[in-house]
Design a protein around this ligand. Structure first.
Ligand code: NAD
Ligand code: TYD
Length: 332
């Protein structure tokens, strides 16, 4: 696999994937198709070797653009998505266009071009909430917010192309991911950057919802492992094995930034807020992958990155972000 098409490559996880993959595979060339929505940011790719990266500014919901980007590629990894639950609760139509129609364009193009591998990056959220125990890949899906419903729709539609047309589709379902370059609407970078600025940390509900935290490099390696060692037609969970209540995460952030608990501001809960996500990753571990970054190291590295890279997030937290922040938190 010397030429891989990566969609959404200017976003959080995909930009980290591109840096990892160019480093790991010296002969690799990446074709990066990204619409540059509010979440796409070319600063995320600042230091990469441009001679091994072709950037195409385009929309995966446009079938012609998708075919053009995939032409001559051995594989495609679809990261492109509208990815924030709270935004999907406000307005879901872009989520449907990108997360469902976009995936359809990709598998259609892969069928036509006989692409060697199609990896669809999905999320643990498609299973829905689980009180105890962990979901395995064969469990039924039960998405409970518009974001996760569109991700479930996209991956299910994508997988039908394996069963119906022999398109070599693989799906990964990853846990909540954290690390450098994450858009500060997600809880971790939002709380870190707010804490740096002595702004309140808006904690939803009782703060006892549980998320499983996966360091971004471990997620990137997990996706790459499934791409190269996984079997077409299969789904692989990618877990961080680090389940934390949101309140525990919040206290950890405050400790690392060196601020007190008075910044925590409990606010009205998210509608349909899933209580706990938990997935079993025995299947991907069986192929030889495992997460390498501990919670302690991952959190310390991540908080330090936001402390050292104010140039990256300060410009994001003005403009469009401010408008969103007001809409999301202003009346709560
Ligand atoms: P992100 O929001 O940081 O980045 C998304 C990227 O996709 C941006 O660069 C954006 O410009 C691009 N994009 C959006 N719509 C597009 C379109 N129509 N055509 C082309 N490009 C488009 O997302 P992320 O958090 O890095 O997530 C990447 C993938 O991983 C998504 O598929 C998401 O569902 C999945 N995922 C994320 C997490 C997480 O915790 N962030 C966990 C599991 C799975
Ligand atoms: P988020 O980062 O939005 O990821 P997801 O909804 O995909 O899991 O949220 C992670 C957890 O943090 C989730 O339980 C909701 C909670 N949360 C807050 O308490 N306050 C916030 O401002 C945000 C954005 C999230």
């Amino acid at each position: 696999m010397n030429r891989i098409c990566v969609t959404g490559g200017a976003g959080f996880i995909a930009s980290n994937y591109i840096k990892f993959a160019l480093d790991e595979y010296p002969d690799l060339h990446i074709v990066n198709l990204d619409k540059l929505t509010y979440a796409g940011n070319m600063d995320n790719l600042k230091d990469i070797d441009e001679s091994r990266h072709t950037f195409i500014n385009g929309d995966i919901a446009d079938a012609d653009v998708v075919r053009k980007a995939m032409d001559g590629c051995d594989a495609i990894i679809n990261f492109a998505a509208d990815s924030h639950v709270d935004r999907s609760i406000m307005e879901a139509s872009d989520f449907i266009a990108t997360n469902v129609r976009g995936v359809h364009n990709i598998v259609e193009a892969a069928k036509e071009m006989k692409t060697h591998r199609v990896l669809l990056v999905s999320t643990d959220e498609v299973y829905g909430s689980i009180e105890s125990g962990s979901f395995v890949e064969t469990d039924p899906l039960g998405p409970r917010n518009p974001y996760s419903a569109t991700k479930a729709g996209g991956e299910l539609l994508g997988m039908t192309y394996f069963h119906t047309f022999d398109v070599p589709v693989i799906v990964t379902r990853g846990s909540n991911t954290y690390g450098p370059n994450q858009y500060p609407e997600k809880v971790l970078p939002l709380f870190v950057t707010n804490a740096i600025d002595d702004e309140p940390l808006p904690l939803y509900g009782d703060g006892k919802n549980v998320r499983d935290w996966l360091y971004v490099e471990d997620h990137a390696r997990g996706i790459d492992h499934a791409l190269r060692h996984g079997e077409p037609g299969q789904v692989y969970n990618v877990s961080g094995s680090n389940e934390k209540e949101n309140v525990t995460l919040t206290h950890k952030i405050l400790e690392l930034v060196g601020k007190g608990p008075d910044l925590i501001k409990p606010i009205q809960d998210r509608p349909g807020h899933d209580r706990r996500y938990s997935i079993d990753d025995t299947k991907l571990m069986g192929l030889g992958w495992k997460p390498l970054t501990s919670w302690e190291d991952g959190m310390a590295k991540t908080v330090k990155w936001y402390q050292d890279n104010e140039w990256w997030w300060r410009k994001i937290k003005s403009g469009e972000f401010r408008e969103y922040y007001e809409r999301q938190y202003g009346n709560k």
